[in-house]
Design a protein around this ligand. Sequence first.
Ligand SMILES: Cc1cc2nc3c(=O)[nH]c(=O)nc-3n(C[C@H](O)[C@H](O)[C@H](O)COP(=O)(O)O)c2cc1C
Length: 181
Amino acid sequence: MIIETLVTSLAPDGTVNFAPMGVEWDEDSLVLKPFLATTTFRNVSASGAAVVNLTDDVMLFAQAAISSPRFPSFPAELVRGVVLEAACSWRELEVVRVDDTPPRSRIDTRVVHRGRRREFLGFNRARHAVLEAAILATRTHLIPADQVREEFAKLQVIVDKTAGPREQQAMAMLTEHVARR
Ligand SMILES: Cc1cc2nc3c(=O)[nH]c(=O)nc-3n(C[C@H](O)[C@H](O)[C@H](O)COP(=O)(O)O)c2cc1C
């Protein structure tokens, strides 16, 4: 099963990177699959560590999908890395193996620490719709513009039915971003 997360990683100079990443989930071992061109791949393969943050705040996925934001964070407990303040919970990871066969790496990791901050609320269709829209926003160079518009129109219906203000705002931001492309 793939769980959508925000991965935090550190560059050699200590710069923090936040990136939405789907992670292959297991209890004690997680697999990251960043494309080779991503900062996440460079940081995690060089540092041997990452933090996987779980959050129900889809605005953060939307922002990180279309820009390089600096979200508030604090130092991780056991690995060289940081935890997203807005995380509901997090896993600290040590890299076990890196397969850098192009175009997408496979980074096997071991969970060395878990932390929890707040409740993760249940299913919400608008939040899932915003996640899908965020993924589409990162793939506008691969998908025909008409198809992106059609997908966004369908996702907007779900957002209109079930969103709160934060999800509406996130969807509006993504819609504006893809319209400019
Ligand atoms: C929900 C979601 C899941 C994503 N999963 C992945 C993934 O597994 N691997 C990947 O390379 N990019 C994935 N992306 C796209 C990256 O987040 C995007 O390319 C980002 O710019 C990479 O950031 P970085 O260069 O700062 O690491 C995903 C995007 C979203 C919105």
